[in-house]
Design a protein around this ligand. Sequence first.
Ligand SMILES: Cc1cc2nc3c(=O)[nH]c(=O)nc-3n(C[C@H](O)[C@H](O)[C@H](O)COP(=O)(O)OP(=O)(O)OC[C@H]3O[C@@H](n4cnc5c(N)ncnc54)[C@H](O)[C@@H]3O)c2cc1C
Ligand code: SF4
Ligand code: SF4
Length: 369
Amino acid sequence: MPPVRLHWSHLFEEVVTSGLCTGCAGCVIACPHAVLGYDDSCHPYHLEDEGGAGGCIHGDKGCTLCTRACPRFRDWEAEADSHLWGRPRNPDEVVGVIDEILLARAGNAEILEAGQDGGLVSAILIWCLENNEIDGALVSKLAADGTAWEPVPAFVSTPDEILAAAGSRYTYSANTLAYAEALDAGAEKLAMVGMSCQASVLPMMQTRGVRKVARRFSLNIGLLCSKTFDDRIFEELIGDQYGIERDSITKMNIKGKFQVWTDGGGYEEIPLKDCQPFTREGCKSCPDFAAQHADISTGGLGQAGGWTLTLVRTERGREIIERMKKDGAIEVRPGSDDPGAISLMERLGAKQRDRWPDKEAAPAAHSAD
Ligand SMILES: Cc1cc2nc3c(=O)[nH]c(=O)nc-3n(C[C@H](O)[C@H](O)[C@H](O)COP(=O)(O)OP(=O)(O)OC[C@H]3O[C@@H](n4cnc5c(N)ncnc54)[C@H](O)[C@@H]3O)c2cc1C
Ligand code: SF4
Ligand code: SF4
């Protein structure tokens, strides 16, 4: 029997409508026929009448690229691990394979000030631009239409654009979708910035042969992430229960509680249990806290003093960090300076593993036919 060619129908049934879909949009940017759209509830959908919601005539004719790109399809995790490190992770590697844990921050005061934690992510992007490592990056910026705190995917290619996009927003932004903008700008070498689910897109594309898209990416930066919220958190919780106007917010952070700073020096702490009802559906089955498939993963755990908790994972990640250190573009301390942050990360990582449905029930590995 010829091998089954796995396409949109399989993805639709096993990921999109099964509760596993994170909304990462990897499938959307991989589709060579541009027949996948992306809706307001962060789900991909089929655009053509022919085939209907769960079918695709291009898939019937042999196209398999959407399933290949998907970092939740079948044996995605072991495939990405093996691609990056030549082996699946060990069960005790609850936050993925790590080469070294560091605390890092931008050497430049303006970047440090703009960043959410140590400004490491923005410092890396700016250094990579200046050293011709990338032409630009897929990040998230605030919508320019006056909708306060709505994050939207963006292609950035100057230091000013990178700085304007710095900081964290806690509703979902499928940064992958800025790929089209990067293509329009003629960019050849890209960095990807995204939460854990998005950090697995590139290794999936690389190992399952979505070459046309994958070949443009030269760096993959991940953001540690336990969840994102639905946009209604602004009105129903922050607005109605705490009386904070959305457009008065100047900064948000999550450090054991949801912290909100407002105009005129205001500050409010919201218990995370109050935020739980606003957890985005796509996060509820996500097992990856620590952006396990990025070259460099970054988080704010424990870092009150403006440092980014930094997990160097791959040779590419190591090379960038070492060169930046040498140039004085970043300051670095050993991760062992903050053992509490590391053990908290491991506890959160282990807990998040339980979100993935029973692995025994998962179908057999993807065949890269
Ligand atoms: C939704 C979300 C949840 C997070 N949860 C945790 C957590 O539980 N624990 C933890 O330790 N760290 C978490 N982080 C990571 C942390 O907030 C910082 O992003 C990280 O420490 C890097 O800080 P920095 O100062 O080096 O980055 P910066 O220099 O400030 O750069 C941050 C980058 O993140 C991008 N970004 C901002 N918001 C979004 C978004 N909504 N979607 C996609 N990209 C975005 C920006 O475009 C920018 O490029 C989370 C981040 C996000 C966005
Ligand atoms: S997880 Fe990502 S790639 Fe997979 S179906 Fe959902 S949006 Fe597409
Ligand atoms: S928890 Fe974070 S990484 Fe996981 S699906 Fe949600 S946004 Fe993506």
